[in-house]
Design a protein around this ligand. Sequence first.
Ligand code: GUN
Ligand code: FE
Length: 457
Amino acid sequence: MMNKQYFKGSLFHTPTHGKLEFIKDALLTVDEQGIIETVLAPSDERYAAELDQAKATTQLVELLEGQYFLPGFIDLHVHAPQWPQAGVALDEPLATWLEKGTFPLEAKYADVDFAKEVYNDLVAHLLSLGTTTVLYFATIHHEASFALAEICGQKGQRGLVGKVVMDLEGANPDFYRDASAKTAIEATEKFILAVKELGKGVKQGIYPVVTPRFAPSCSAEALAGLGELAQKYDVHVQSHCSESQWAHDHVIERFGKRDTEVLNDFGLLHDKSVMAHCNFLNESDGDIYLETGTAVAHCPISNGYFANSVFPVKKFKEQGLEMGLGTDISGGYSPSLYDNIRQAVISSRMLEDGVDVNVALGNRGVTDSRISVVEAFSLATQGGGEALSLPIGVLKSGYACDLQVIDTKVVNHRIASFGVFEAPEEILQKILYLATKENIRQVWVQGNLVHDKNEGV
Ligand code: GUN
Ligand code: FE
């Protein structure tokens, strides 16, 4: 039987981008569906009465000193089939990397048993890292892609899963390609219907995603058909946009217009669209993102290897774009959004200062590009929720109760400031920079316990 739940402890979140809120000893009341009803501070009138009520139940999770609630992290860009490749093969440019390593690996997911082995491991691993919602690319295979959606459902992760489309002859290897635009579109429709059906029985939600790999791998017919499907079923869309110099130039050469314009003209950009990387966007591309409600999945670690550039987060946030973070497994080696928060900050600092000492200091970088670690935290939480148009990433009424319990007092993994740096923002900064997997004690998705470090859940 499901019951009302209560969570008591100090929490950090950013209700809006970059604006940190800390509530000491907050009391969250959560309904039977795992949705937050109220967030009370000790100064609230109802606090004492609600706490009494909570204590009379067995449904109260109460944190100890040195433990904190953070919102579950939202990863906007993961290639689930590339998990075996994480940490290797990062020395080639994008096109070679795809051809030599990535496509042969993804082709293996014709074998559903192999897929299940990898996907079970990946989903559990991401949950243990505090990642509660993931926007996944799977492969071109129906069974394996559907298995990923099922595994998310079983393990309690909010999964948005796309069966990849890549049909263009000559652009994709014959051993790993959709036979035609027609079959790719039909198979996507079948996948949408199957995952929608699956999602009906899953508390935290499982969603199908229309997923053209990127414009270079798809025929115009496929892109147009996928745009129509996205509209017909009002589902999420994901792809890569203007990721590297090669990908960006290639699209302009082939279509005579920019990647953003191509995706928009095929009906692929709307409020539930999330485009990965977007490194070569200009301001007018940004306007199209704004008008259509399309969001950016910023992948700072991956960009270090494949982007030939640093994505200017600050500039596009100021333009008003929706944006979150992606690990881009395995273009990025780390499945951890903590690592990506750190890299997002570091990359932005290098963009601002510049890197070549042979250029004069004032001309070396791009002024006003740095982001703070709190802003990067926003991208991994509130920004990700906004990008997906889902009520997640913020700890407030009406939002899903997706939580990480961070323990700063784990033996050999203490995050200590010895009484010197005790302001709430300092505590959060230290958690974001120093936390390891050992400090992530529990993870909850929509009120369900999905990871407990000490219990092996
Ligand atoms: N562009 C097309 N496919 C991919 C992929 O798998 N990873 C990355 N990073 N970029 C891509
Ligand atoms: Fe990618």
